[in-house]
Design a protein around this ligand. Structure first.
Ligand code: SF4
Length: 330
């Protein structure tokens, strides 16, 4: 059974029209306020112990999806299942428990931690409130610091007295302190230097082994998720366009968008630098292109691609892709 399952999740931003606004629109006295469909009918599951990489350009809806998974944002439609149960059917205490089990780690830890509080309080507050500390508070916090690779002797410092990598470790220690099972890492290494990125990625993988953690690892960079993911899902303008085991995505990417993203990943074995930037800009989610959202940038677009949205279809074992070209292959 998946630990988390998303079924036909959509999420829109913007205020839905009230009765008066609907009336004004019906009488053609007003235009509907624009609504951004950040997530469009996404289904995705993550099994216990699995690392799923969620990749796409910035603005494609992956962070919104991460917030839905973490229970921070309710979806506009669709269902989120936690251990096979729709979260809408959980009692308030079951919901609180489920929310604690899923923790989020953000790109900029400085923005998500209170700069006026000492690290010890940042890490220790939630477990104290939720009565998860069975014993000495300081010993508990020291243990969280050590797990995140931080020296407990630094715990009385303020966030600005740490480096960027150390601050991210404080964010990790804070998440670990409430004994999560599932971490949603939203661009968690994007703001760090390459060498620090590698250290934090190693820490995540080490914690996966030691604490049997499950991850949704969100990144704009396929290269970052390559070595840590079991499965990768590619997102474009609110839709998942391809999903496959990681080695399959890197060996046999099916979707033209995934192929374009892969062309941007630098490879040691590549003698020629072939960072062919994806043609054009990501269109505005306020007015996504009709049919296949990728058609204005796709080198293989067919007339049909402008009018008909391709559905995700199985193209190999465990591999799904949403592209009309698959209707012509084998
Ligand atoms: Fe390109 Fe058409 Fe496939 Fe979309 S459906 S990726 S536009 S070929």
């Amino acid at each position: 059974m998946p630990l988390i399952e998303l079924k036909h999740i959509s999420h829109s931003f913007g205020t839905p029209p009230d009765l008066a606004a609907r009336l004004a629109i019906a009488l053609r006295l007003a235009k509907p306020a624009p609504r951004v469909r950040a997530i469009d009918d996404v289904s995705l599951s993550v099994r216990k112990g699995e690392v799923v990489g969620l990749v796409g350009e910035s603005g494609c809806g992956k962070s919104t999806l991460g917030r839905v998974v973490a229970g921070i944002l309710p979806p506009t439609s669709g269902s989120v299942l936690w251990r096979g149960r729709d979260i809408k059917t959980l009692s308030p205490s079951e919901w609180r428990e489920a929310k604690l089990r899923v923790q989020m780690i953000f790109q900029n830890p400085y923005a998500s931690i209170n700069p006026r509080r000492r690290a010890v309080d940042i890490v220790g507050e939630a477990p104290r409130v939720h009565r998860l500390i069975d014993g000495n508070f300081d010993a508990f916090v020291d243990e969280q610091f050590r797990r995140a690779g931080l020296d407990p002797a630094l715990k009385r410092r303020f966030p600005h007295q740490f480096s960027g990598g150390q601050r991210q470790r404080i964010g990790i220690a804070r998440a670990l302190a409430v004994q999560p099972e599932f971490l949603v890492c939203d661009e968690a290494v994007a703001a760090l230097d390459v060498s620090v990125q590698a250290q934090i990625l190693n820490l995540f993988m080490d914690l996966r082994e030691r604490l049997n953690l499950t991850y949704l690892f969100i990144s704009h960079d396929l290269g970052v998720v390559e070595h840590i993911s079991d499965r990768v899902a590619i997102m474009y303008l609110g839709r998942i366009v391809e999903e496959a085991p990681a080695e399959e995505i890197f060996a046999r990417a099916n979707h033209p968008y995934t192929q374009a993203l892969l062309a941007e990943v630098p490879r040691i074995e590549t003698t020629k630098r072939s960072f062919a930037a994806i043609k054009g800009e990501l269109p505005s989610p306020l007015a996504p292109p009709s049919g296949c959202h990728f058609h204005p940038r796709c080198p293989h677009a067919l007339p049909r691609c402008r009018t008909e949205a391709p559905r995700l279809k199985v193209v190999a074992a465990g591999h799904r892709s949403a592209c009309h070209l698959n209707d012509f292959s084998g």
